[in-house]
Write a protein that binds this ligand. Sequence first.
Ligand code: SF4
Length: 302
Amino acid sequence: MQKLINSINKLKKEKNAIILAHCYQPVEIDLVADFVGDSLALSQKAAQTKADIIVFAGVYFMAQTAKILSPNKKVLLPQIEAGCRMADMITYKQLIDFKSKHPNIPTVCYVNSTAEVKSECDMCCTSSNAVNVVKSMNAEKILFLPDTYLGKWVEKQLGNVEVITYPGFCPTHLQIRPDDVEKMRIQHPNALILAHPECHTTVSEMADYVGSTTGIMNFVKNSSHNEFVIATEQGVTDRLKRDYPDKTFISIKDNIVCPNMKMTSLEDILNVLENETNEIFVKEEIAQKAVKCIDSMLEVSK
Ligand code: SF4
């Protein structure tokens, strides 16, 4: 493996490239990554660099977001087949249908959506800022997509906005069932249960803390607690175990993995860096509209 890492690092330097790794990637990808984190934060960090090439170890919509925020950089996705099953649940046409069924209602899209979908929405959000974004719209009703569970969680936090959700979901997070939470409470009575808002509503209601990947990581960082049950993708548990060896982390159940996130290998990264293949393009008119949707979110998240 060291030979692979050395070859990647050498090429990175020669080509003035940076590598971004989402927290759900196989943990060894971090060994060559310049930044590790949530999808939007990674794209923002990449945009601030002077790199010529961005290699995004993640899924398709993430590489699209990186391209939208860095239109003059070359963005490469190590595994071109790696899509987000949630983002793929709503196409541009399905969005238009959804909007026409609920006319004149502002539309918020989760960052886990394609550039085409973003281009037709009023504001984007992440799982960290979704509550503030919806609140900032000062509307009685909001259309929220694609994730129905994040949308319903936001509605519950605010209490005074009707959030009409598109029926999308994350198949990985939906594997976590209320029974799993109950079982963990019995098996690990001293542990705090930390869940991602893409989980089923009942799971979120039963958790001790609900937050984004960064939110969960910060919660652990600032907590004096020593034992945690993690109700999100396995990559988060793996990184927490690595970063806090004195604390105990238990994945809520085996195999909570996003298969598409786990497609990337170090060999794939070397391959795209060498050959500059799997380049991501976003049509100019789509990118211009999608960037507006992202910028409106950044404006209220300051
Ligand atoms: S974990 Fe779910 S939301 Fe995240 S990339 Fe995979 S399918 Fe998409």
